[in-house]
Write a protein that binds this ligand. Structure first.
Ligand code: ADP
Ligand code: ADP
Ligand code: ZN
Length: 219
């Protein structure tokens, strides 16, 4: 199964990706995670993208297309993948089509997680993750079962993203509206778009997603 997850920053793509990955045994490809790894490693690319990410702006298409493309020859990715945060612009979607086309790979579904703007800001400003295993948490909606201890790996170190501030969220939402929303028409025209209600709690959104996929798979 080859999937794309679409939706505004903070809608729950990363959270749901973990579940889709487990359910279908597919590889989770997050371009945000790839870029944060470049920044953390202090690479040339990392230096270029750090300021843009902090400002809530998208990084240049050519750069992210090159980074994303490098993953599609992995044998594991060829068995099934879930793209999270890519494509984010029409040129990126066109590039993805040719990357996949060249390799004889097809997309099965593009899932949109639909949320209202206020929910997005609340979700982003309360977001934190385990510094060791990357499990995602939220100050209100998903606290660790034992305070201060990661449910998954037991670590007591947590991190917050530098770009998860109320100010940056607004800029990221503008970037989303201007640059990413045209992708809805792009994928709708190809008959690939499935909508899931992202305003429900995390488990209910997962159920909605699995149902949407089951309906489509069985159709
Ligand atoms: P979120 O989880 O909030 O949707 P991501 O982790 O996907 O955010 O992305 C964080 C930042 O990384 C973006 O604000 C942008 O600066 C950069 N980025 C990630 N993916 C892309 C992409 N496909 N095109 C351009 N910029 C990207
Ligand atoms: P994205 O990858 O789309 O930027 P995340 O998966 O990181 O979004 O989710 C953003 C924040 O919102 C996280 O703190 C996460 O725990 C929380 N969250 C995700 N889905 C829901 C939901 N359905 N209801 C409430 N909080 C959620
Ligand atoms: Zn952990």
């Amino acid at each position: 199964m080859n999937l794309v997850l679409l939706g505004p920053p903070g809608c729950g793509k990363g959270t749901q990706a973990t579940r889709l990955k487990e359910r279908f045994g597919i590889v989770h490809l997050s371009t945000g995670d790839m870029l944060r790894a470049e920044v953390a490693a202090g690479t040339e690319v990392g230096r270029v993208v750090d300021g843009l990410m902090r400002a809530g702006a998208l990084v240049p298409d050519e750069l992210i297309i090159g980074i994303a493309a490098s993953h599609f020859d992995d044998a594991e990715v060829r068995r099934g993948f879930l793209l999270d945060g890519f494509p984010r612009t029409v040129p990126q979607a066109e590039a993805l089509d040719s990357i996949l086309g060249d390799r004889g790979i097809t997309l099965d579904h593009v899932i949109s997680i639909d949320v209202e703007d206020e929910a997005m800001v609340e979700r982003i400003t309360g977001r934190f993750t385990c510094g060791k295993c990357g499990e995602g948490y939220h100050d209100t909606f998903k606290l660790p079962k034992v305070a201060g201890v990661c449910d998954v790996c037991g670590s007591t170190e947590f991190v917050r993203r530098k770009d998860d501030t109320a100010e940056t969220v607004r800029r990221r939402l503008t970037a989303y509206r201007n640059q990413t929303q045209p992708l809805f028409d792009y994928y709708d025209a190809k008959g690939l778009l499935r909508h899931v209600d992202g305003m429900k709690d995390i488990d209910a959104v997962s159920r909605g997603m699995f149902e949407a996929l089951a309906t489509q798979v069985g159709a």
